[in-house]
Design a protein around this ligand. Structure first.
Ligand SMILES: *Cc1c(COP(=O)(O)O)cnc(C)c1O
Length: 223
């Protein structure tokens, strides 16, 4: 088995105080998650509803699950009863559905708004203007079962560190903008989820509070 425990501890030691680690366990077996759990890791991220449902069944109940993938509205009802955070909210429609299903489950689901800053045309997420629009529209203020806790983004998958850094900084500046404009009095709006295996060192230099690291901890994924 891949040295999950050793790798996990290496990643942890490299993170400054105040940056949380979401261990991205998608496509890895439950025993890998157990290994990390035994080292005290409690926050894990998955991107497929069915895979997540199977893992939830067999793993300890005190794990905090983050949904990090693109979530279809028709899948929200399956995860709303137990999900701790939905990281990639990229439309008002999805936000509405989370509110509806979380209300049914009688819980509050924490969410992040996903920004599209990277150059790739295929990536999901809200442009900065679409995000401004969503917040200005104000419907989210009526939602008592979703709590908007911050922003999430993925940088372009390139080697150019200057470009990656500039995308993280754009996200960090945007966070400051919306924090000031909409969430100045809301301590829950505090998360900046950026940084993956290949770029989390850079992400923490640009305001990340939450890194999503998979491959470095669990090894390459077998799809
Ligand atoms: C898979 C995934 C990650 C983890 O990527 P690694 O390169 O394995 O660290 C982080 N964020 C999102 C949104 C992902 O889908």
């Amino acid at each position: 088995m891949y040295d999950v425990k050793g790798q996990l501890n290496k990643v942890r030691q490299s993170l400054p105080n105040g940056v949380r680690l979401v261990a991205i366990s998608k496509f890895h077996p439950a025993e890998y998650i157990t290994a990390a759990y035994e080292e005290g890791q409690r926050v894990f991220g998955e991107s497929h509803e069915q895979e997540l449902a199977q893992k939830v069944k067999v793993l300890p109940p005190d794990i905090e699950w983050h949904f990090i993938g693109h979530l279809q509205t028709n899948k929200v009802k399956y995860i709303a009863p137990y999900i701790s955070m939905i990281e990639a909210v990229d439309s008002l429609k999805l936000l509405r559905e989370i509110e509806k299903q979380a209300a049914k489950a009688d819980r509050v689901v924490r969410v992040l708004l996903e920004l599209h800053i990277a150059e790739e045309a295929t990536k999901y997420g809200l442009t900065l203007d679409a995000c401004r629009q969503l917040l200005a529209d104000g419907e989210w203020r009526q939602m008592s079962h979703v709590q908007i806790c911050g922003l999430m983004m993925m940088a372009s998958n390139v080697d150019d560190e200057a470009q990656i850094a500039s995308e993280f900084q754009t996200a960090a500046n945007f966070f400051d903008e919306v924090k000031q404009q909409y969430f100045a009095a809301d301590p829950h709006f505090c998360e900046r989820s950026w940084g993956m295996s290949h770029d989390y060192h850079l992400a923490v230099q640009h305001g990340s509070t939450m890194v999503r690291v998979g491959t470095t901890i669990f090894g390459p994924r077998v799809y």
